[in-house]
Structure formats: structure tokens, C-alpha cells
Design a protein around this ligand. Structure first.
Ligand code: C5P
Length: 233
């Protein structure tokens, strides 16, 4: 797969996401479906968006005992999404089980990536709440990324600021899917550390995930085209 822009469809209902997707008459953007929409509308929303011809990143971040994750993944594999994910914090064994569950009898499967440390967790929360001490959070992120690679996963979700280092250590084939992207001078919202599509492209992100800069733009199609032009070139 090549470089692409994934639109985070963080809408609360099927109706809202369909009226957003209906704006795109010439292209079929790659979309991300997260927990809010999936829990509100169920697997039918995935089937319908797939039927409309979009590629889908199903962002459900599974994290449970290996056997449960394996079984859940074998349900998700039949939804025919393109990318899905787990928490690397569930251990190497859980990630291996996820991969087993996701693999179809014919050997094909969606791409599987891992969330390392959530960007909402900072050094202090990691030390005080999770009791992970004596190490820098960036080293924990890299260790989790190494675990994902060891388990056979295809890549990780990370900040575009980390994408270069991840490729340097784990190879350019190991995918980096990066949220936290904003147009220069645009609204940052609740994202703390952001990068522009062009910078993310230069640093080597494989996929950028953009939500509000596209979904809340006055002209979402123009914003999507701008992101594609600046990121993919
Ligand atoms: O609207 P915005 O561009 O901030 O959307 C980014 C998307 O990426 C959201 O769906 C958000 O949940 C997701 N995400 C993120 N940061 C992470 C992991 C996921 O912003 N570390």
C-alpha cells in the first residue's frame, strides 16, 4: 500500500457519516471508523461503507486476554476491513493471538497495527498511574513498537514526530499511521503536538489520519484534496 490520507469519521450516527461521504462524488477516501460510530451503529456501518467502495481502518483498539482477542478478531476479519488495531500493552502473546484470529483460512488478512502508549498518557501518568518507572515514555513507545514487530504486526499508530525514528529502528516496511496532523495555521483543537501533511510526508509517515481539519472544514472535499496534494504530492 502506498501513502494515503485517512479521514477520521468521528460522527455519532450513520446518517451523519453518510451525508459527509456523499459530498465526495469523484473520489473514495480511505476512512477511519472508531468506537463511537461502531458502538452506535454496529457492524452494518462497516459493511455499508465498504459497499460504497471506501477502504476502512477499523479503530477499535482491542485489549483483552489473548484467547478473547483472537476470537474477536476472527469476527472482525469477515468484515473485510483494510486495517484494524490492538493495544501493544496487551503483550506480545496477545498481539500474536490477534494476528492468528485475523488471518482467514486462505491466508489473507487485513493489516494489523498496534497502539503503543496513548498520547493522552504523559510521563507523570505513566509513572504514577501505571507504575512504569525509571524509563522515559519515548523508550516505552519504542519498546512497544518493537514488541509489535516481534509479534508479526504490520506497524503502529504513532505521532508523525516519531515516524522517522520508528522507520530508522524497525525498517521502512513497518507502517507508521499518524494522527495529530493539521494544516499550517489551522485550528489545533485538543491535539498537543502537531505536524502538517507536508512535513509528515517528508518525515516518512505512511498514512496520516485527519479528522476535524477535513470533517469540520467549510469545504471538506477541498480540504481532503489539499491534504492529499500536500502529503502524497
Ligand atoms: O480530528 P483529529 O484530526 O484530531 O482526529 C484524529 C483522530 O485520530 C481521532 O479519531 C483520534 O481519536 C485519533 N487518534 C489521535 N491520537 C492518537 C490515537 C488516535 O488523535 N494517539
Amino acid at each position: 500500500m502506498g501513502k494515503d490520507v485517512i479521514i477520521a469519521c468521528d460522527f455519532s450516527s450513520a446518517e451523519k457519516v453518510y451525508s459527509f461521504l456523499d459530498l465526495f462524488t469523484e473520489e473514495k477516501p480511505f476512512v477511519k471508523i472508531g468506537m463511537e460510530l461502531f458502538y452506535a451503529e454496529g457492524p452494518a456501518i462497516v459493511r455499508e461503507i465498504k459497499k460504497r467502495g471506501h477502504r476502512i481502518f477499523l479503530d477499535l483498539k482491542l485489549h483483552d486476554i489473548p484467547n478473547t482477542v483472537k476470537k474477536a478478531m476472527s469476527v472482525l476479519r469477515d468484515l473485510d476491513v483494510d486495517i484494524t488495531n490492538v493495544h501493544a500493552g496487551g503483550t506480545v502473546r496477545m498481539m500474536e493471538a490477534a494476528l492468528e484470529g485475523l488471518t482467514r483460512p486462505d491466508g489473507t488478512r487485513p493489516l494489523l497495527i498496534a497502539v503503543t502508549m496513548l498520547t493522552s498518557t504523559d510521563q507523570e501518568a505513566m509513572e504514577e498511574d501505571l507504575l512504569i518507572r525509571g524509563t522515559d515514555i519515548s523508550d516505552v513507545v519504542m519498546h512497544y513498537a518493537e514488541n509489535a514487530k516481534k509479534a508479526g504486526l504490520d506497524g503502529i499508530v504513532c505521532s508523525p514526530l516519531e515516524a522517522g525514528k520508528v522507520h530508522e529502528k524497525l525498517g521502512t516496511d513497518f507502517l507508521t499511521v499518524t494522527p495529530g496532523v493539521r494544516f499550517p495555521g489551522g485550528e489545533v483543537g485538543d491535539q498537543k503536538r502537531v505536524m502538517s501533511p507536508e512535513e509528515a510526508g517528508k518525515i516518512g509517515s505512511d498514512y496520516i489520519v485527519m479528522g476535524r481539519p477535513i470533517t469540520a472544514a467549510p469545504d471538506p472535499v477541498a480540504a481532503y484534496r489539499r491534504a492529499m496534494r500536500e502529503f502524497v504530492g
